[in-house]
Design a protein around this ligand. Structure first.
Ligand SMILES: Cc1cc2nc3c(=O)[nH]c(=O)nc-3n(C[C@H](O)[C@H](O)[C@H](O)COP(=O)(O)OP(=O)(O)OC[C@H]3O[C@@H](n4cnc5c(N)ncnc54)[C@H](O)[C@@H]3O)c2cc1C
Length: 403
């Protein structure tokens, strides 16, 4: 029986963990016959979540089978329901309901995150979201279908709940998208509601004036210091007493690590992410590594911690996959480090804002930043070509990632 590195999830972290694990195996001169790398996920596609605020969400995925085949990674289609770190097994269920148990020698947990939906009346029933592909597709269909409804203020109004990174990107894009369905002359209203007293509370004061400028140019109204209290079929009510007539509420506030993290012994942060050491190992579960949105990992020696971002997930995946194989082979591990940190926020037709550093110093704005954002979204975050040499070059954990 070959030894096995099992990777749960085929997102940014899972895909790069698999490719990097295959690279480490190759560098060690070992064949897939003696150590197999298996990815378990519901679908053999990379869902490009950072693009789900754009239109045509259904096309935002990239196939993975040829990529994995090029480097000898096996794909097992299914959803992991249970992890037993004592027995070193996982339980998976496929689309037909058939369960199977798979053993592992090292596990890389990379099952991502989910939008957090607090208990607000009407939220589950009426609010749309752009967190997962199917949710963004449902929003797309709804926006297209609005054109068939009788014209009204509520039909022409979209309210985005949450003024963070995702909320800003979607609300900046919405007026153009709505006009493409309702007509260029339609009286469109786009509103963003944010509980904090400033837009983009986590983005800090650096890029804020640029963001405010862009939202003003798009005619986006802001409700700051206001929480959502209830949502109905054609309204949203706020804690400031205001009720806005709308048939489209998009919930964007908050993310939580995927629920499998609760099945691994260890400490978790307030987002449910597993605390990992510098090698990305879960200290209380020695054979388990975590990467991407499920991992709370230090990025440097001065106290910065990986954010739930594609930028960090890609690099975390590369390091975790590499280390899982090295550990199994008794070879030296490579501590994860990612000192460079950037953000690039799409601001709709106005452009974008690109910042560098954790203090988010604005480096590019408008069209220049938008060109960079397009490059990131259409090139940098997609899988490499299904060519062994190109994959191994791209999967080097020493590679810098900017997304
Ligand atoms: C609208 C939007 C915009 C964003 N914009 C940006 C941006 O501009 N820049 C940036 O850096 N980040 C951005 N992000 C965040 C980024 O998409 C995530 O941080 C990133 O996808 C995390 O990668 P991951 O591999 O950890 O998880 P995911 O990409 O979520 O992948 C998780 C994988 O695990 C699988 N999985 C889940 N549960 C199970 C299970 N039980 N069993 C088996 N497999 C499972 C999933 O199917 C998937 O394959 C954005 C996110 C959204 C939603």
């Amino acid at each position: 029986m070959p030894q096995r590195v099992l990777i749960v999830g085929a997102g940014f972290a899972g895909m790069w963990a698999a490719l990097s694990a295959a690279r480490a195996l190759d560098l060690a001169g070992r064949s897939a016959g003696s150590l197999e790398i298996v990815v378990v996920a519901p679908e053999p596609y990379l869902h490009v979540r950072p693009r789900l605020y754009e239109s045509d969400a259904a096309s935002m995925k990239a196939p993975l089978l040829d990529l994995f085949a090029a480097v000898g990674v096996r794909f097992h289609q299914g959803t992991v329901e249970a992890i037993d770190t004592g027995a070193r097994t996982i339980l998976t269920r496929d689309a037909k309901g058939t369960t199977s148990s798979l053993g592992y020698d090292r596990l890389v947990l990379a099952s991502g995150s989910r939008l957090f939906r607090p208990s607000i009346p009407g939220l589950d029933e009426f609010a749309f979201s752009v967190d997962q592909t199917d949710e963004a597709v449902a929003l797309d269909l709804h926006l297209r279908a609005l054109a068939k409804r009788p014209a009204s203020v509520s039909r022409n109004t979209v309210v985005v709940a949450g003024g963070g990174f995702t909320g800003i990107e979607i609300v900046a894009e919405i007026p153009t998208r709505l006009r493409s369905f309702l007509g260029v002359d339609a009286a469109i209203r786009a509103v963003v509601v944010e509980q904090a007293d400033a837009i983009g509370p986590d983005l800090g004061p650096g890029p804020r004036p640029v963001i405010e400028n862009a939202l003003d140019a798009a005619g986006v109204e802001r409700r700051l210091g206001a929480a959502v209290t209830s949502i109905g079929r054609d309204f949203i009510a706020l804690s400031n007493g205001e009720t806005i007539a709308t048939q489209t509420v998009i919930w964007t506030a908050g993310a939580r690590a995927q629920a499998l993290t609760a099945q691994v012994p260890g400490q978790r942060d307030r987002f449910g992410r597993l605390q990992v050491d510098r090698d990305l190992r879960v200290p209380d579960a020695k054979n388990v590594f975590a990467a991407g949105d499920v991992a709370c990992a230090a990025t440097d020696d001065v106290g910065n911690v990986a954010s739930m971002s594609c930028q960090h997930a890609m690099a975390l995946g590369r390091s975790a996959g590499h280390n899982a194989v090295q550990d199994l082979l008794g070879l030296p591990l490579r501590p994860y480090t990612q000192v460079k940190y950037v953000t690039c926020v799409d601001l709709g037709p106005w452009g974008a804002v690109y910042t560098e550093g954790w203090e988010r110093t604005v480096m590019l704005t408008g069209k220049e930043a938008k060109d960079l954002k397009r490059q990131i979204n259409s090139l940098w975050i997609y899988p490499p070509p299904a060519d062994r040499a190109a994959i191994f070059d791209a999967a080097d954990p020493a590679r810098l990632v900017v997304a």
